[in-house]
Structure formats: C-alpha cells, structure tokens
Design a protein around this ligand. Structure first.
Ligand SMILES: Cc1cc2nc3c(=O)[nH]c(=O)nc-3n(C[C@H](O)[C@H](O)[C@H](O)COP(=O)(O)O)c2cc1C
Length: 216
C-alpha cells in the first residue's frame, strides 16, 4: 500500500456547491477503489492525502492532477505504508478557518493565509500538524467535550458500582451479625471482619472486597 499527499489551489474560486459535488464524487468512487484519506480545504487551496493499493492510488492521483478545477498541483510525498491512518474515511473533509487554527497549539504561528502550496511545501511540519490534528478527535472542541463527558460518566459508573458493592457487603455483615448474635455472640474473627468492612465503608476509594466476601 502507499499514501500520497499533495497540494493544489483552486483554478477559479470554488463555491460550497462545488465542494459538495467533489465530496460526493469521492464518497461514490473511493470505497469501490479501496481508497481512504483526508481532504483539507481553506484559503482557496487543497491538501489531500490518499491511501490504498499502489495502482489504485497512483491512477487516481494522476486523474486528479489533470482535473481542471484546480492548479499548481504538487506532490509532497509518496510513502509505502503498512497500515492506513484514515481507515474510517472514504474521504474525510476538513474546512480550515482562523477559528479552528487557534485551537491547535502546534500551529500557533500559522495563519489561514499560510495555507497555500508555496508555504506548505516548505513547511512539512505544518502539513503534518494539520493532518495529525484532524486525525485526533481532540481537533474538534465538541468531540473533546463529549470525550470529557464520556470519561466523567465512566468515573460515575465506577463510583456507583463501588458504592453498590459496599452496600452489598454492609448488608451481608449486618445479616451475619444478627445470625451470630442469635447463635450466642460474635467470635474474634467476626469482630475483625466488622472492623475491615467499616474501614472499607469509610475509605474514599472503591476497595477490593473480594477477600472479604471469601471470609464471610
Ligand atoms: C482537489 C480534488 C480532489 C479530488 N479527490 C478525488 C477523490 O478522492 N476521489 C475521486 O474519485 N475523485 C477525486 N477528484 C476528482 C477527480 O479529479 C476526477 O474528476 C474523478 O475521479 C472522476 O470521476 P468519475 O470518473 O466518476 O467522473 C478530486 C478532484 C479535485 C480537484
């Protein structure tokens, strides 16, 4: 497999409709060809990376290079790859804006005007940051927020499971105390168990109660 990354710019200004038509073309053609990738558009320029079988990628890129809708086409790199980086996308799409760039610390000094074939072909680090940031879900503030909520929910779920466990143990302990009391009293091992469970009920972290269950 290979991955080709290239830069180009609009021949004449593109309308949103033209972008939509292009993306529809990508989403129709690329899955059948086993191609995946990412297209970044902004400041009248394109940065695209396409990955898949050698022949399929080379053939499509040759076709794209001849497409009159863009010009100043230049291949940045052609890499042999073992695995895909954009496996989930028949063609991921990212429109760049100043707003979005502010959100990427690695692109602190990068402005939207720099998104053009001349600047980018001299700045491979900026290209890599743009591609890499799109791959990371933290590129998108909404996704970042959802992720934070997911983590919060996982923590809540763990805390609830821990609390339920402690409750179970406390219930068992009370039952066993009642049972022992009606059989003539608590032996020292029982008292030890009460102390351990009391400590676990008071501890802020979910304790590992498996040992206590065995003891009961
Ligand atoms: C910036 C840019 C990116 C493109 N990317 C793709 C692509 O990923 N897949 C694709 O099939 N065509 C892409 N095209 C369109 C091709 O140049 C060409 O029009 C298309 O592959 C022809 O498809 P058709 O044979 O279905 O008409 C792109 C064109 C441009 C200008």
């Amino acid at each position: 497999m290979i991955r080709i990354t290239y830069l180009s710019e609009e021949s004449t200004p593109w309308t949103p409709r033209m972008l939509l038509d292009l993306l529809r073309q990508c989403h129709l053609n690329n899955p059948d060809l086993g191609l995946t990738g990412l297209l970044v558009h902004g400041n009248g320029s394109f940065l695209q990376t396409i990955e898949g079988d050698d022949d399929a990628v080379d053939t499509l890129v040759a076709k794209i290079a001849r497409d009159p809708r863009h010009k100043n086409f230049r291949i940045l790199r052609r890499e042999v790859i073992q695995r895909r980086l954009y496996g989930g996308w028949s063609m991921g799409f990212q429109r760049l804006s100043e707003e979005m760039l502010k959100d990427v610390p690695e692109l602190e000094n990068f402005v939207l005007d720099d998104f053009n074939p001349e600047y980018l072909s001299e700045n491979p680090v900026a290209v890599e940051s743009l591609l890499q940031k799109h791959r990371s879900q933290h590129w998108d503030p909404l996704l970042r927020e959802l992720d934070a909520r997911d983590n919060f929910i996982i923590e809540l779920r763990n805390a609830l499971a821990g609390a339920r466990q402690r409750n179970e143990m406390a219930g068992l302990l009370i039952e066993s105390v009642i049972e022992s009391a009606s059989n003539g009293g608590l032996d020292p091992a029982h008292v030890e168990l009460c102390r351990a469970i009391l400590a676990s009920l008071r501890s802020p972290l979910a304790p590992d109660l498996a040992g206590l269950t065995d003891a009961l």
